[in-house]
Design a protein around this ligand. Structure first.
Ligand SMILES: [Zn+2]
Length: 161
């Protein structure tokens, strides 16, 4: 078991945070962006970046070669559907995808939109962590949070249609 502090300040003990979120036992701030039988998409608003999405499997697996055939199809369809929505309603031109198999949670892919300000942290994989930390530590203000939540709403609506 692992102790996790939620954004509302509550501390919970969980076996796997991804299992809690994808099963609906823990509701992510900003809600569910999209859900299928196999996957669950939401934003971790602890990293307030407009249009950032985490796509997690519902099954507790960690490695890419553990996906079954239905999950593989669903995964690629969802990734491209979310990507298209990011472009169509948020004007996001480029996205970085990050996924590590040695996670303390389970299978999830970060879809991190690129914005102009991020280039001061580099242009490739080395910039991902500094960008996320910068967002978490310096962009957690009212105005930006409002933008992030609005983008999330627009994206969720687009993916429903
Ligand atoms: Zn899990």
């Amino acid at each position: 078991m692992r102790k996790i502090t939620l954004s509302n300040g509550k501390t919970v003990e969980v076996e796997c945070l991804s299992c809690e979120i994808t099963s609906g036992r823990i509701e992510p701030d900003g809600g569910v962006v999209m859900e299928t039988d196999y996957f669950h998409a939401h934003q971790d608003v602890a990293y307030p970046i407009k249009g950032l999405i985490i796509l997690a499997s519902k099954r507790h697996i960690t490695c890419f070669d553990e996906l079954n055939d239905e999950e593989k199809m669903d995964y690629i369809n969802l990734l491209s559907k979310i990507r298209k929505a990011q472009r169509d309603v948020l004007g996001i031109e480029h996205v970085y995808y990050f996924y590590n198999e040695d996670t303390i949670h389970h299978f999830h892919t970060w879809m991190v939109p690129r914005y102009e300000w991020m280039y001061e942290f580099g242009r490739s994989v080395e910039s991902v962590r500094p960008v996320l930390l910068h967002a978490r530590n310096n962009m957690n203000n009212k105005e930006n949070m409002r933008d992030v939540m609005h983008a999330l709403k627009v994206l969720t609506k687009e993916l429903k249609d």
